[in-house]
Design a protein. Structure first.
Lengths: 88, 705, 46
C-alpha cells in the first residue's frame, strides 16, 4: 500500500522536494529490498537530502559532518520509504 | 585526541595505538591468507593493486561469474626479495559488498570464502586467517558497519581507512588511533590513490590482531548501526561544513532527461570516435605482422598441406580475429577511465529510463555499447547487471549490435548497392546499425514478456563521488580483461579457423580441362616465345581484350580456375550446393550459400570466402579489384551473384544472424546454460531468415533485379 | 582424399585435435556443487 501523507511531516521519500532535508523513518518493502537500502545507508534515522526529483530520484545520505554518499532510487522504491521532513 | 594523518615515512610499528596487549590476541606468525573486504566504491581494488603489485591474477569463483583478484602481499616501498615474495601472504580481493548479510550473490560469495567453503578457481578453499577491511574516510559511518560485521567473525584483522586525501581536502578528520581502540585491531589511515600510508598498512598486515570480544554479540542490524553511530561520533570530526555544490550541478546536468541524454550521446560518440580512430594504427600493425608471418612461413616451408594449414588456416584465421583486439583493449581502457570518474553510474541512471520500456535496466548500457565493438566483451560486461532476468535479456540483445566484424560485410554490400554514391552508402551503413539496435531492443522486450517474465529489480544504485580517473587501475583492469578475452576466445577461434580450413580444402580434385589447357598455353609461351592475345576481357585478372598476355598471366588464370573448381568440390562446397534450396527464398545462389555457411562460425570470413569462390584468390590489396570482381561475379546461369535484391537480403541477414560461434560459447557460460545459447541461435537465425526473405521480396517487388 | 600424402594425415590429425580442444573449451565443465552457507559464520576460534 503506498504511503499517504497523513501527517505534514511524515511523507514518502518520493514526496521530498529538491533541496529538502529529512530523516528516514521506515521502509515498507520486501525484506531483501529493505535490507539492501539499509546497507546502502538508507537506515532509520539517517539524514537525507533530495538532490534530484523524478522517475528515478537522487538522494544524498549525509551525516552532520558532510560525509556520506549519493544514491539513485527508482520511484517504486522511493515511494515506499517513509521520511520525516525537517521543517524550517 | 590527536588527528592521525597518513604518514609518508613507514612507521616502525603499525598505527595500532591503544591496543593494550596486542601480543595476546595477534597471530604468532605472519598470516598466510588475507581476505580483502569492503563496500563497493571505497577504492578496494586500487588498494589491492598497491598491495599486490602488478603481478596478480584474476580468477572466477567456480560456477559463478563473480571474479576475485589474487596476489601476494608484496607492496610498499620495502620491496621483498623473490624468495620472500613466494612466501608472502596470499591476498584475495573479494567482490565489493554493502553488507555480509544481504541476499545477493556478492555477499553469498564473501560469506562462503570467509567460512573456507569457496575459493577462486585454481586455489584450494581454506578459511582466510586474517581480514583486511577497507573503509572510506569520506563515507565512514556506512562503511564502518561492514567493519563491525567483519569484527564479529573474530578473525585477526586490520582496518584501512582509505580516501584520506579526499577527506582532508573536504575538511574531514578521522582519528585512526581512537578507531583502533574501539575495534581492538590495527587501523591505518591511507590513500590508495597517492600511496600514502601503504607501508604502514603492509607492516600492520603482517601482525593482524583479533578485534575485541564484544563484537561477538553484535547480531541485529540495529546493534551494528548503533555501534557505528557511537564510534563515528568519537573518531570523526570536521573543520568546516562541507558543500557539494559542484557535484549537485554535475548530477543535475548528467541526469537531466534531455541534457543528460544529449551529454550521454556526445560522450559515447566521442568514445567510439577515439576507438575507431586510434585503433586503426595498431590494427594496421597487426595486419602487417600476420601478413609478414604468413609470407615467412610460406617462404620457408615447401608448398603442401602443412604450409597451407599454417598460412591459410592458423595465421590467416587467428589474424582475422586478433586484428580486433586493439579496439577491444581501447574500449575496456576508456570505459574503465569513465567508470573511475563516476560518470558511468550517472549514465546508467539516465539510460535506465530509456531502456526500462524494453525490459532492460540502465546497467545494460555498457554491455550494449561494448557489443558495438565485439559481442564477447559485451556479454562479459553483462555481469554488472544485478537482476538475473535483466542480465539474460541483455545477453540476448547484445549480439544484435553491429560489431566490428560485420563492418567489412557492410562495406562490401553497401558499395555494391550504391556504387559511386558515398552519401547513400553511409545512409545504408547507419541503417544497419539502427536495425541492429532495434532488433536487440525488440528481442529483449519479447523475451522479458515470455520466457523471462517477471518484475525486475528496481534501481537502487550508489552514485560514487566525482573524481579524476585512476590511470594505473584502468591499465591493470584493461590488461586483465584483454587477457581473459584472448584466452577464452583464442582457443575457440583457432579451432574454428583450422576446422574451416580443412572443410574448405578437402577432398581435393584434379584441375579441370580448361585449367590444364591454359597451363599448356603458358608453357608454350615460355618455350616458344609466341605472342598470345586476349580474346575476352577478364577484369578480375587484369586481362583486357586485344592485349598481349604473358605466361605468368595465363598461369594465374589457370590457377584461379582450378581453385574455383576445387572449392566447389570440397566438403564446404558440397554442403553449399546441398543447402542452397534452403536459402533460395533469400535469393542466394550456391556460391553465396558457401560464403554464408563458412561465415557461420565467424562472419568476418565472408568476404575472403566469397573472393575464393568467385575469383579463386583471396588477396584483396587492391580494394577496387575485389569489389569489381564481386560486382561482376556470375552465377552458374549467368545472372549476377550480387543482384540488388540479393544484396539487400544479404545485408539484412548479416545484421541479424548469429554468425559467431565464440559468442554462443560465451552466452552459454555467462547466462548459465546451453539452452540460452540455443535460444539465441534459433531466434537470431529465424529473425534473420524471415526478414532477409522479406527484404528480398520487397526489393523484387520494387523492381530490383 | 589424398590418402597417400603423409602431410594430409598430419593436417587432419592437427585439425581433429585442435577442433576437439576447442569443443571441450566450449562445453561447460560440470559444475561442482558448491555449498554456499546463507548464514554468517559467527563462530570464533577458541
Amino acid at each position: 500500500m503506498p504511503i499517504a501523507a497523513t501527517q505534514t511531516s511524515r511523507i514518502s521519500l518520493q514526496q521530498l522536494r529538491k533541496g529538502d532535508r529529512g530523516r528516514i523513518e521506515s521502509t515498507d518493502l520486501p525484506a531483501d529490498d529493505a535490507a539492501m537500502l539499509r546497507a546502502l545507508g538508507l537506515r532509520p534515522d539517517a539524514p537525507v537530502r533530495m538532490c534530484r526529483m523524478g522517475q528515478t530520484c537522487i538522494v544524498e545520505v549525509c551525516d552532520r559532518l558532510g560525509g556520506g554518499c549519493r544514491i539513485g532510487l527508482a520511484r517504486s522504491l522511493a515511494e515506499r520509504v517513509v521520511v520525516r521532513r525537517d521543517e524550517f | 585526541m590527536s588527528v592521525v594523518e597518513p604518514k609518508p615515512e613507514p612507521p616502525a610499528r603499525p598505527e595500532a595505538g591503544g591496543v593494550e596487549s596486542p601480543s595476546v590476541r595477534s597471530l604468532a606468525e605472519v598470516p598466510t591468507r588475507i581476505a580483502v573486504l569492503g563496500n563497493p566504491n571505497v577504492g578496494k581494488t586500487t588498494l589491492f593493486n598497491r598491495l599486490a603489485g602488478v603481478r596478480h591474477k584474476t580468477a572466477n569463483f567456480p560456477g559463478t561469474t563473480q571474479e576475485a583478484h589474487l596476489g601476494r602481499l608484496v607492496g610498499g616501498s620495502s620491496a621483498a626479495s623473490g624468495e620472500a615474495k613466494a612466501s608472502a601472504p596470499l591476498l584475495i580481493d573479494l567482490p565489493g559488498v554493502y553488507s555480509l548479510s544481504l541476499n545477493v550473490a556478492e555477499a553469498q560469495i564473501c560469506r562462503a570464502v570467509l567460512a573456507g567453503e569457496l575459493a577462486p578457481m585454481g586455489t584450494t578453499p581454506a578459511a582466510p586467517d586474517a581480514l583486511l577491511v577497507v573503509v572510506d574516510a569520506t563515507n565512514l559511518l556506512r562503511t564502518l558497519a561492514l567493519a563491525a560485521e567483519a569484527a564479529a567473525m573474530g578473525k585477526p584483522m586490520v582496518v584501512a581507512v582509505n580516501q584520506m586525501d579526499v577527506a582532508r581536502r573536504r575538511g574531514l578528520h578521522v582519528d585512526a588511533d581512537a578507531l583502533s581502540q574501539r575495534l581492538g585491531c590495527p587501523v591505518v589511515a591511507i590513500s590508495a590513490r597517492t600511496g600514502d600510508g601503504i607501508d604502514g598498512l603492509v607492516s600492520a598486515l603482517r601482525q593482524p590482531v583479533q578485534p575485541l570480544k564484544e563484537f561477538g554479540g553484535l547480531g541485529e542490524r540495529s546493534e551494528i548501526e548503533a555501534w557505528a553511530d557511537s564510534v563515528y561520533a568519537e573518531v570523526a570530526s570536521a573543520s568546516s561544513p562541507v558543500s557539494n555544490k559542484l557535484a549537485d550541478r554535475l548530477d543535475a546536468a548528467f541526469t537531466h532527461p534531455l541534457v543528460g541524454v544529449g551529454l550521454f550521446a556526445a560522450v559515447m560518440t566521442g568514445l567510439f570516435w577515439v576507438i575507431f580512430r586510434l585503433a586503426n594504427y595498431p590494427m594496421d600493425w597487426i595486419d602487417a605482422l600476420f601478413g609478414w608471418a604468413g609470407g615467412t612461413v610460406a617462404g620457408t616451408l615447401p608448398e603442401g598441406p602443412i604450409q597451407s594449414l599454417l598460412v591459410d588456416g592458423v595465421i590467416a584465421g587467428v589474424g582475422a580475429t586478433v586484428i580486433f583486439l586493439p579496439q577491444i583493449v581501447l574500449l575496456f581502457f576508456l570505459l574503465s577511465l569513465l567508470e573511475g570518474t563516476g560518470y558511468l553510474a550517472r549514465a546508467a541512471f539516465v539510460i535506465d529510463r530509456l531502456l526500462r520500456p524494453f525490459g532492460l535496466s540502465g546497467h545494460a548500457f555498457v554491455p550494449l555499447l561494448s557489443g558495438h565493438a565485439c559481442a564477447l566483451p559485451g556479454i562479459m560486461a553483462a555481469r554488472a547487471v544485478p537482476d538475473r532476468r535483466d542480465r539474460i535479456a541483455t545477453i540476448l540483445a547484445v549480439p544484435f549490435m553491429s560489431c566490428t566484424a560485420r563492418i567489412p560485410v557492410y562495406v562490401l554490400l553497401t558499395t555494391l548497392l550504391f556504387p559511386g554514391r558515398p552519401g547513400l552508402q553511409a545512409l545504408a551503413f547507419t541503417g544497419c546499425y539502427a536495425l541492429g539496435v532495434v532488433a536487440g531492443l525488440v528481442t529483449s522486450l519479447l523475451f522479458r514478456r515470455t520466457v523471462l517474465k517477471g518484475k525486475s529489480l528496481p534501481m537502487a544504485l550508489e552514485l560514487p563521488a566525482y573524481r579524476l580517473p585512476d590511470l594505473r587501475l584502468a591499465l591493470l583492469t584493461t590488461r586483465d580483461r584483454a587477457w581473459v578475452f584472448l584466452r577464452k576466445a583464442g582457443v575457440v577461434i583457432l579451432g574454428i579457423s583450422v576446422v574451416l580450413w580443412w572443410l574448405g580444402t578437402y577432398p581435393q580434385s584434379p584441375p579441370p580441362r580448361e585449367a590444364v589447357e591454359l597451363q599448356a598455353v603458358a608453357t608454350a609461351i615460355e618455350t616458344t616465345g609466341q605472342e598470345v592475345w586476349v580474346l575476352e576481357s577478364r577484369p578480375a585478372f587484369g586481362l583486357v581484350q586485344g592485349e598481349a598476355v604473358s605466361a605468368a598471366e595465363v598461369r594465374a588464370q589457370a590457377e584461379s580456375i582450378a581453385a574455383r573448381h576445387s572449392a566447389r568440390r570440397t566438403v564446404l562446397g558440397r554442403l553449399g550446393a546441398t543447402m542452397q534450396p534452403v536459402f533460395e527464398p533469400l535469393g542466394y545462389d550456391r556460391q553465396l550459400v558457401i560464403g554464408v555457411l563458412a561465415s557461420f562460425a565467424a562472419r568476418e570470413v565472408f568476404v575472403s570466402t566469397m573472393a575464393v569462390q568467385v575469383i579463386g584468390r583471396e588477396d584483396f590489396d587492391e580494394d577496387n579489384g575485389i569489389q569489381d570482381a564481386l560486382a561482376n561475379a556470375k552465377r552458374d546461369d549467368g545472372t549476377p551473384v550480387f543482384g540488388t535484391a540479393t544484396s539487400w537480403s544479404l545485408l539484412v541477414y548479416y545484421v541479424l544472424a548469429m554468425q559467431c560461434l565464440p559468442t554462443l560459447a560465451v552466452t552459454a557460460r555467462e547466462a548459465g546454460g546451453w539452452k540460452w545459447a540455443g535460444l539465441q541461435l534459433g531466434w537470431m537465425t529465424m529473425l534473420a531468415y524471415v526478414l532477409a526473405a522479406a527484404a528480398y521480396r520487397i526489393a523484387l517487388a520494387m523492381g530490383a533485379s | 582424399m589424398p590418402v597417400g600424402d603423409w602431410q594430409f594425415w598430419v593436417v587432419t590429425l592437427v585439425t581433429l585435435v585442435v577442433g576437439a580442444v576447442a569443443v571441450r573449451s566450449l562445453v561447460p565443465r560440470r559444475r561442482r556443487s558448491t555449498r554456499v552457507s546463507l548464514t554468517i559464520n559467527r563462530d570464533r576460534p577458541a
